[in-house]
Design a protein around this ligand. Sequence first.
Ligand SMILES: NC(=O)c1ccc[n+]([C@@H]2O[C@H](COP(=O)([O-])OP(=O)(O)OC[C@H]3O[C@@H](n4cnc5c(N)ncnc54)[C@H](OP(=O)(O)O)[C@@H]3O)[C@@H](O)[C@H]2O)c1
Length: 281
Amino acid sequence: MTVAVTAVSGHLGREIALKLIAQTDSPPVIGLARTPGHVTDLGIEVRPGDYDQPEQLETSLAGVDALVIISGMAAPEDRIQQHRNVINAARAAGVQKLVYTSIIGPEEGTRFSPVVQSNRQTEEDIKASGLDWAIGRNGIYIEPDVEYIDSYKERGEIANSAGAGKCGYTTRSELAHAYSALLSRADLNGGTFNLNGTPITQMQLAAYLNHSFGTDLSYREMTSEDFVADRSAELGDFVGAIIGGIYEGIHQGVYDRPGDFAKVAGRPHQSWDDYFSGLGN
Ligand SMILES: NC(=O)c1ccc[n+]([C@@H]2O[C@H](COP(=O)([O-])OP(=O)(O)OC[C@H]3O[C@@H](n4cnc5c(N)ncnc54)[C@H](OP(=O)(O)O)[C@@H]3O)[C@@H](O)[C@H]2O)c1
């Protein structure tokens, strides 16, 4: 059995490939990347895998039995077709199983909902592919909040529109563990699983960051409009709206759920005490 992972130039694709390679009974692992030359340190074959190039995808998936499709980054309307290109190429190349990295999120009524809906459409396309499949819906990555610590320090606070809403964050490393299980376990075929850790509030997040980095951050709730304006000023309108919409979802409680991580991974998600104790000072 040969397995492949798309977008191995990205953080999640890379983590999943590394997890698969590290398994003692590792099957042959192939990476796909839009620019293979950018991925020279994984120690595996990396083939061209541009989501906009159907023929290239089909050629690159020759000999692959099971494929992890990493959700793309394009605008929602373009993303659906990109993912269809990968699904169709996989079917044409003889791939037998698809594993898709989808997302937990508000399906309606927020600025993030168009992205969530595009992921839901890809879920439906995967189910209709005729191949074996398993779908993970990822929680929100916690790493960006940790990487943002210097900016939080400058501001002296975490300020956003989540309010008292709890967010079931996750880490890419934990996701990689879950996706390697989704790839190899036939008993999980045909399932859609929420992959997240214990939900926490922004005040709890601030406390964890304070403990790890010796900061004294407080939490302040902003209106969604103000938060979107703040994020858009730093990151541009497209990303600013997406981030604003994610926090609208947190405020609504969409990310406050226990999730299915243990069922998939065979062990609980890493605790936030454990994760944050390994960071900072
Ligand atoms: N759960 C969350 O909190 C969260 C947050 C952000 C994003 N996401 C989603 O999760 C996915 C993986 O996250 P990540 O951390 O790995 O993101 P990342 O590090 O930004 O990587 C994104 C990957 O998508 C690839 N890609 C973009 N367009 C492509 C195309 N046309 N053809 C082939 N590859 C393409 C990029 O390739 P290049 O290197 O060639 O650009 C890169 O490898 C993201 O793509 C996004 O859909 C989730």
